[in-house]
Design a protein around this ligand. Structure first.
Ligand SMILES: [Zn+2]
Length: 231
């Protein structure tokens, strides 16, 4: 299994890096977790074809995590594509597609598209992988953000704390760390994370703001990621 950081920055592309998204290649194929505005460019820079993706699992519906979606629907794709996301994902993804390409959005897609909405606590087999959704602490009460467990990998998404159970038995945690120090809401910070690391064999850290990128240091099983780092 190979996990690649398609981007490692926050929403603002801090330090000139791409918005955080992950590419996973396993025995069953390839999938992405989140697909922000820089994700397609990152795939292309890796020499990858977006057609190779079986699925995109969205942790939440902020622009830095979903705005690359319309560009996955363009082009000559023929293979089926599955997307999953929190409640509301189906309408939001379609609205984004229609806002960007109104004409194309009025025609049938040339491939089968399935969009699955996951409630926190729900676990489903999607594209032969077990996907479990946890509630992330990131958005106001009317909106749901998720952390995801996909087989042995935990993805924090954006959250101010890691959900109970998310990392249990995980081989790898792909974790956000937007800030350097505590005090900001909605995201994790380096000092808190460093002092409260979950017991996971490997931890990859991304979604780094400018301050967090300067403060954070790789050590032991913790790797501060730059774009295109992979394990
Ligand atoms: Zn967010």
């Amino acid at each position: 299994m190979k996990v690649t950081a398609l981007g490692t920055a926050d929403a603002l592309c801090s330090s000139g890096r791409g918005n955080t998204a992950w590419l996973v290649d396993d025995a069953r194929g390839s999938y992405a977790v989140d697909f922000g505005p820089t994700a397609l460019l990152a795939l292309r820079k890796l020499g990858r074809d977006p057609e190779e993706l079986d699925a995109v699992h969205f942790t939440h519906l902020h622009g830095d995590h979903i705005a690359g979606w319309p560009f996955l629907l363009l082009g000559a794709r023929t293979r089926p594509l599955l997307a999953s996301g929190p409640p509301g994902a189906r309408d939001r993804l379609h609205a984004l597609w229609a806002a960007c390409y109104a004409d194309a959005s009025e025609r049938p897609l040339p491939f089968a598209l399935t969009v699955i909405e996951l409630q926190p606590g729900e676990s489903r087999e999607l594209c032969n992988r077990q996907v479990t959704a946890f509630r992330a602490q990131h958005m106001g009460p009317r909106h749901v953000a998720l952390s995801l467990r996909i087989d042995g990998i935990a993805f924090s998404g954006d959250t101010s704390e890691l959900a109970g159970g998310l990392c249990d038995g995980a081989k790898l945690l792909c974790c956000e760390c937007a800030h350097a120090v505590p005090g900001k809401r909605k995201h994790l910070d380096w000092e808190t994370l460093r002092d409260n690391l979950p017991e996971v064999p490997r931890i990859l850290i991304a979604h780094l703001g400018e301050d967090a990128r300067r403060a954070a240091r790789s050590f032991g099983n913790v790797q501060i990621c730059d774009d295109f780092d992979s394990i």
